[in-house]
Design a binder for this molecule. Structure first.
Ligand code: BMA
Length: 340
């Protein structure tokens, strides 16, 4: 590593492959045996995609979006020794509210899983008289306590930061509509207690660059470095054949992350492999987790592919931060605190 420092735990068993020699100039490269989760991984689940992973007790756990055989998305727990071969539970996660009463949302999709102060938080999209954000926590991946819904409808793509800033929890989200949402910027909100969310700020919006000219959404929990928070997000373009989802990268101010310091004008990864171009929804690469080894700066990114598979991509903090800085292009809004 160069003089870049990444604040993160040591993950010696992080999935990894070196960058192939014939790789394009882009800073992310795919795992050669993608997709890592195939269709029909459990009796009731037709497809698994858009799912989040964390290291846990020397192995890995994940919260997976399972699209069930009745067509409804639900959340499933999975375990893996190596982060590549996954055992996914056949029963969906049963949340309980603060009084021990079981809670199951009508549908649940696009989960993120983030460790903050020793507790694991799950945030996902669920019905709240319209699509909005569900929130739960666990310490042992056996009991899952459902928390207050942080936002009113409509909202998607909630992602927490992995530590408090200024004493408050921080969560990104992407206000939306009730359909496939032809607009969308990323905002951040703060909470002292995971009940009351406020001090909302605009973080970043779509740009004039074609690959992210329709909407963007928070992807992976940001990685803390001495250059700022490294964020992988999704950017969407519109074509005559529907939306195309690519992976973008930005670096946010450490103390005030609604300020974007650098942002790549190019996508970091875009659908081009068969499992990204072909599936239930073609041309989708949708990042949900970036696991970073604090010792080496290696990053393994878990992304949904074509609303059908889970893919794995790799980079290093050095490589991706250099790329984002070398291809930096900020809008006036990026530089703002984000309140009007
Ligand atoms: C978005 C979300 C994602 C999905 C994407 C592409 O609106 O619903 O879950 O991957 O569309 O279909």
């Amino acid at each position: 590593m160069s003089d870049l420092i990444v604040m993160g735990e040591s993950i010696p068993n992080l999935p990894w492959q070196d960058k192939p020699k014939n790789c394009p100039a882009l800073p992310l490269w795919r795992y050669s045996a993608n997709p890592i989760i195939q269709r029909n991984p459990a009796p009731d689940i037709a497809r698994v995609f858009n799912s989040a992973v964390v290291p846990y007790e020397g192995a890995f756990v994940g919260v997976f979006r399972g699209e069930c055989v009745d067509g409804v998305p639900r959340l499933y727990l999975g375990e893996s020794a190596d982060g590549i071969q996954w055992n996914i539970d056949s029963e969906q996660i049963l949340f309980k509210d603060g009084h021990g009463k079981p809670f199951l949302s009508l549908y649940a999709y696009d989960p993120r899983l983030v460790k903050v102060d020793g507790e694991f938080y799950i945030m996902w999209c669920q019905d709240f008289y319209g699509a909005s954000i569900g929130l739960a926590k666990t310490t042992d991946f056996k009991t899952f306590i459902r928390l207050e819904n942080p936002f009113i409808p409509y909202n998607r793509n909630a992602v927490m930061f992995p530590r408090k800033i200024g004493g408050n929890y921080i969560m990104m989200s992407r206000p939306s509509d009730s359909g496939h949402t032809p607009f969308g910027d990323i905002f951040i909100s703060e909470s002292p207690d995971m009940v009351y969310w406020g001090r909302h700020r605009h973080m970043m919006g779509k740009t004039a660059f074609w690959w992210e000219s329709v909407k963007i959404g928070g992807g992976c929990a940001p990685i803390e470095t001495n250059e700022g928070w490294l964020l992988f997000y999704h950017g969407v373009t519109g074509t005559c054949n529907g939306f195309v989802y690519s992976i973008g990268g930005a670096i946010l101010d450490i103390a005030q992350p609604s300020i974007v310091k650098y942002r790549s004008k190019n996508f970091l990864l875009t659908p081009e492999e068969w499992y990204e171009e072909r599936g239930f929804v073609p041309n989708v690469t949708f990042p949900c987790a970036a696991v970073c080894d604090g010792d080496t700066g290696r990053i393994a990114i878990y992304y949904g592919a074509a609303d059908t598979y889970v893919g794995l991509a790799f980079t290093t903090v050095d490589e991706v931060v250099s790329y984002i800085k070398a291809n930096n292009s900020l809008t006036a809004e990026d530089r703002e605190i984000g309140i009007r």
